[in-house]
Design a protein around this ligand. Structure first.
Ligand SMILES: C[S@@+](CC[C@H](N)C(=O)[O-])C[C@H]1O[C@@H](n2cnc3c(N)ncnc32)[C@H](O)[C@@H]1O
Length: 377
């Protein structure tokens, strides 16, 4: 398909980028390419949590006899001054020597018209968003990304990189943080919001308002509630701060005190939330303790989902993170999935990823199981 001229490089957990883009664009408008990328149309990176870089495809071929396409890059390098040229490889473990050799070849060719500085990855085979920013690659040069799915090679010129500074301000720069509840990365919140389609989002466990913040930045009217007055205050403070950080007015928002078990929802709302994950743990729970946690948290979400089920229209969407606990190499969940049919929900089906998904970080005992639900007819 001709408009599929762009490649999106996905984050650490590629499934998150896949589910986000499949939700936004539909299954047929994206083509996974290897494990870490997908081919699709031109996108706005600031609206995506699961995408690290976007590149325009300038060459397709195979590894054997691979020639870097220099001609389109010469045009890009016609301005004056030193050109910063970065090169990254995805989908293949190549040694740093080979990467350097590819870069040097590029540098030699481009240097005929312009002085060039090569930007190579500090570690691994790909230049990070931070390195791109630090070396002003997008302003004073370009990055070439070389991707392979094992058979085919796609070469692209990067045109957008995740704004890491804005992400970190949205995380650590907020006035009201709480190490116990507010640890959800903004990128994950963006992905969660993007799995739903309603113009109005409700977060019934809003905590410090991370999900609300991202929903607002994505242009959704956003409501949040929490059972703790201090969280209602924290979220309100953070969203007021958010308003001061952006140029344009934010969509309408409000934060209210309410227990999710009895909360009244308006019509046409999508529920998007990182729910209560139980106590924070530094060690995997023992069998007995795990059994108690599973029962307690499953009980909470059964009540909450039953409450919403009475109110939501058929087809309404609910994306919610619930806990899953690390046990050796596996994660054990609440068993909530088995309760969904009687609660009136189905897991949405995706072509390129499974549902539920698991979001986990190394060293964390409590992971997040992401359930993407639809209210049954
Ligand atoms: C994991 S935190 C959510 C963190 C949030 N994503 C943030 O940005 O801070 C869970 C929140 O759920 C709230 N909570 C727990 N049980 C609740 C209930 N039954 N109804 C409403 N809120 C509840 C807690 O007060 C806590 O703020």
């Amino acid at each position: 398909v001709s408009e599929l001229n762009y490649i999106a490089i996905l984050g650490r957990q590629p499934e998150l980028g896949l589910v986000e883009l499949e939700s936004l664009l539909g299954p047929d408008s994206i083509m996974p390419f290897g494990r870490h990328a997908l081919i699709g149309e031109k996108l706005d990176i600031s609206k995506l949590g699961g995408v690290i870089k976007l590149a325009e495809i300038i060459h397709r071929g195979t590894w054997e006899g691979l020639n870097l396409p220099v001609d389109p890059l010469k045009i890009a390098s016609s301005e004056a001054g030193k050109l910063q040229v970065a090169i990254s490889v995805y989908g293949k473990q190549i040694n740093p020597g080979l990467l350097r050799a590819m870069g040097m070849e590029l540098k030699r060719t481009l240097q005929q018209t312009r002085s060039v500085r090569l930007v190579l990855p500090k570690t691994g085979t790909s230049v990070s968003a931070a390195e791109i920013k630090f070396n002003r690659v997008m302003e004073n040069g370009f990055e070439l990304v070389v991707l392979t799915n094992g058979r085919e090679v796609v070469i692209g010129r990067t045109f957008a990189v995740q704004d890491i500074d804005w992400y970190s301000r949205r995380d650590y720069g907020r006035p009201s943080r709480d190490a116990k509840v507010g640890m959800m990365p903004p990128k994950l919140a963006q992905v969660l919001v993007n799995t739903t389609h309603s113009d109005m989002v409700w977060d019934p466990f809003c905590g410090t308002g991370q999900t609300m913040q991202e929903a607002l930045l994505l242009g959704r009217e956003t409501h949040g509630s929490d059972a703790e007055p201090k969280m209602v205050k924290a979220a309100t403070q953070n969203l007021e701060w958010l308003g001061s950080q952006v140029q344009r007015p934010l969509p309408k928002w409000e934060v209210v005190l309410a227990d999710a078990i009895t909360l009244r929802l308006p019509d046409f709302v999508a529920v998007v939330s990182e729910g209560y994950l139980g106590p924070s743990l530094t060690q995997s729970p023992k069998d007995l303790e795990l059994g108690k946690l599973q029962k307690q948290l499953r009980g909470l979400y059964v009540q909450v989902l039953a409450n919403f089920s009475k109110q939501l229209a058929p087809g309404a969407e609910v994306t919610i993170c619930v806990p899953a606990w690390r046990a050796g190499t596996k994660f054990l969940d609440t068993g909530l999935v088995d309760e969904l049919p009687r609660l009136g929900y189905s897991l949405k089906g995706f072509q390129h990823v499974s549902n539920p998904l698991l979001y986990e970080r190394r060293g964390q005992v409590v992971g997040r199981q992401i359930l993407m639900l639809k209210k049954n007819d």
